[in-house]
Design a protein around this ligand. Sequence first.
Ligand SMILES: [Zn+2]
Length: 95
Amino acid sequence: MSKAVEIEINKKEIFKHKLKGENAYHALREINQARLILRSAETEIVRSVWPEYNGLWHHLGDWKCTGPVGVCVYDHFEDPPHDHCLFCGDPEERK
Ligand SMILES: [Zn+2]
């Protein structure tokens, strides 16, 4: 089963829980599970273009970037305020 299919199933589960008016606990558990799947899918995609990627200390920004990942990447340990993209040098916060 592909990750995208798994995520789709999780979304349906969350919706089902909402419809049944069940305890929010179940819905939150499903959301957390979907987040984990999304994170690992994201890691797979990024590592396929940039094998050095490590989700523990690399932070993916939202800005388009000229680097291999396509979005800005910050080293969260070396640069906690995300002032310097590893590829283009731009900060995460832009006016
Ligand atoms: Zn960048």
